[in-house]
Structures are given as structure tokens and as C-alpha cells.
Write a new protein. Structure first.
Length: 129
């Protein structure tokens, strides 16, 4: 084989390896039950904040511990623990996306990242023509 053919085959093989590794590492949007049945695997879960249950955040004693309850689209409710400061405007958010995995020992969802969907400043307003 010519050198150029070998180089092209190596480039294709490396490209396939990168694609497979990225695909395997990517997480999916699921509900809490699916994530609970696959502990140790990272997932995205979209839910609504349960404002009836307490949020635990005390920056004076531990600024990197935040707990709250989230209800997913199927109605399952789980305590979420986030080991970072409480995100700004968290209380005003409509929907919350948590990225993380379940803790086998206690059954809590451990979030590595929180994404907020805040209410739009344009909702509910009519335009005047």
C-alpha cells in the first residue's frame, strides 16, 4: 500500500474511535426512574422545583452544599444534592435540568451541574400595533 493510503486509513480509524468515545460518554434526557435503575451512569433530568418542600442551603456553615426536591415529567420526586453554591435566580426558575447520577447508598440524586430555565420576560405580554 502507498503511504497516503495508510495515512488515510489511520485518520479514518482515529475519527471512528473519537466518535465512539464521545457517543458512549454522552448522557441522555431521562426520568428519575430510568436513572435510578442505572446507578453510576450520568443523565440529564428535566423537572419542576417542588416549592412545598424545604431547600437546604446555609452558606455560613457550608457554601458548597445545596439540597432541594425536584419532580420529573412523570411525577417522580427525588431529593437532589448539589455540591456547589446555590445558583443565582434558582427560586425564580420554571424548569430545572440536573445533570448527574444516583447515589446507591441513600437514593439521592447527586447533581454535578444545574441548568435553569427562567421565565421569559416576554411571556404574557401582548404587543400593541
Amino acid at each position: 500500500m502507498k503511504t497516503i493510503n495508510i495515512i488515510i486509513l489511520i485518520v479514518i480509524a482515529v475519527s471512528i474511535a473519537i466518535f465512539v468515545s464521545v457517543y458512549n460518554d454522552s448522557s441522555m434526557y431521562v426520568d428519575f426512574n430510568t436513572a435510578k435503575n442505572n446507578p453510576g451512569k450520568e443523565y440529564h433530568i428535566v423537572g419542576m422545583l417542588n416549592r412545598d418542600k424545604p431547600m437546604v442551603y446555609n452558606p455560613e456553615s457550608n457554601p458548597n452544599h445545596f439540597e432541594f426536591y425536584l419532580k420529573d415529567s412523570l411525577g417522580a420526586e427525588v431529593k437532589v444534592i448539589y455540591s456547589e453554591p446555590k445558583p443565582a435566580d434558582f427560586d425564580r426558575s420554571d424548569k430545572v435540568v440536573v445533570i448527574g447520577k444516583f447515589n446507591d447508598a441513600e437514593g439521592d440524586f447527586i447533581a454535578q451541574k444545574i441548568l435553569l430555565k427562567c421565565p421569559s420576560k416576554y411571556e404574557g405580554k401582548e404587543t400593541v400595533k
